[in-house]
Design a protein around this ligand. Structure first.
Ligand code: TPP
Ligand code: MG
Length: 339
């Protein structure tokens, strides 16, 4: 379903999802020519991060993970500065010193990225603690994968959040739907004794909501409820968004396993190839949301292709900007170092 929002905002959500999709596809291609270190892409979870984060207000904070690119882009961080950062260029969000795993954009509400699994839970909870003590009307969103629930920091954090009724939302992006545990040559996710995962919040008396992470409207509604509870002094909420891992995210390094996304698959079922037909037909949240907007008559197929063209040009320009940018001066190596 589509979120309960005015038409221009519905189209803006699609634009943000396409920015993420084209950004990540470009990055995978770029990584063939550059050693950017180990990186993770957000393909397959755009329909969770975008409706969840686009409704935050200025001053609200979000704490992300190794799979951070989509979260930062969802709140409007400049893709050009992000590609530059990932390539280690001086024009990057963090002057090329952070790389993919440590992108920060305080002006977009991301004070830091912790790529340590479970690292974001104390950070997000601490920010909410500060909001609560200083009595400021702000919320903190903790974004993490199902794997973070294996870490002790999660349990300590949610306990304090529950006791103190902190304005924090724990958004667990559970992408293990089809592959619980680690398979040979695949990237690990979680192996939990607890099931359902919401038990790990309910036991702390924290309200929980489970949604289909490919359902933009459902994610938007769940987050609206959670944000409202946090802002009105009702304390934390645990939202679990279920997705399957994108086939290109199953190997240790991302691969364009399903090719560059062809948006015509959203309205022309006959065009969907046999390979990965389940992904294109039912599991890709971006195609699902596009299909919903077209079916509801909110956009035409021509509008979608025009929007995608604009976004693709924006991302091509971002990549070119990063490639043309200089590396930092060696003299700057000790700037921003605290000892
Ligand atoms: C403390 C810690 N242990 C191990 C890793 C290596 N690691 C990086 S991502 C990852 C899997 C995380 O799974 P999940 O949190 O479900 O996120 P997903 O990759 O599925 O989005 C692991 C184990 C790490 N970054 N930090
Ligand atoms: Mg996972």
């Amino acid at each position: 379903m589509t979120p309960d929002l005015p038409e221009d905002q519905l189209v803006d959500l699609l634009r943000r999802m396409l920015v993420i999709r084209r950004f990540e596809e470009s990055l995978i291609k770029l990584a063939g020519d550059f050693d950017i270190g180990h990186f993770h892409v957000y393909i397959g979870q755009e329909s969770t991060g975008v409706p969840a984060l686009a409704q935050l207000q200025e001053g609200d904070l979000a704490f992300t993970t190794h799979r951070n690119h989509g979260h930062l882009l969802a709140r409007g961080t400049d893709p050009a500065a992000m590609v530059a950062e990932i390539l280690g260029k001086a024009t990057g969000t963090n002057n090329g010193k952070g790389g993919t795993l440590h992108i920060a954009s305080p002006e977009h509400g991301f004070p830091t990225t912790s790529a340590v699994t479970g690292g974001c839970t104390p950070l997000a909870t601490g920010a909410a603690f500060a909001f609560s003590r200083r009595k400021v009307d702000r919320v903190s969103v903790c974004l993490f994968g199902d794997g973070a629930l294996e870490e002790g920091s999660y349990h300590e954090s949610i306990n304090i959040a529950a006791l103190e009724a902190l304005p924090v939302i724990y958004l667990c992006e559970n992408n293990s739907l089809e592959a619980l545990g680690q398979k040979a040559n695949e990237y690990p996710s979680s192996t939990m004794a607890a099931a359902p995962l919401t038990d790990l919040a309910a036991s702390f008396k924290v309200p929980t909501i489970t949604v289909d992470g490919t359902d933009t409207g459902a994610v938007h509604g769940a987050m609206a409820e959670a944000i409202d509870r946090a802002r009105s002094g009702g304390g934390p909420t645990f939202v679990e968004a279920l997705t399957v891992r994108w086939p290109g995210n199953r190997p240790l390094w991302p691969q364009l396993a399903t090719g560059v996304t062809d948006l015509t698959y959203a309205w022309d079922e006959g065009a969907i190839p046999q390979d990965h037909s389940k992904w294109h037909g039912a599991q890709d949240g971006v195609l699902r949301y596009t299909r919903e907007l077209v079916t509801a008559g909110l956009v035409t197929t021509g509008d979608v292709l025009a929007l995608d063209g604009e976004v693709s040009t924006q991302i091509e320009d971002a990549v070119q900007f990063a490639l043309d940018s200089p590396y930092p001066d060696p003299e700057s190596a000790f700037e921003g170092v605290y000892a």
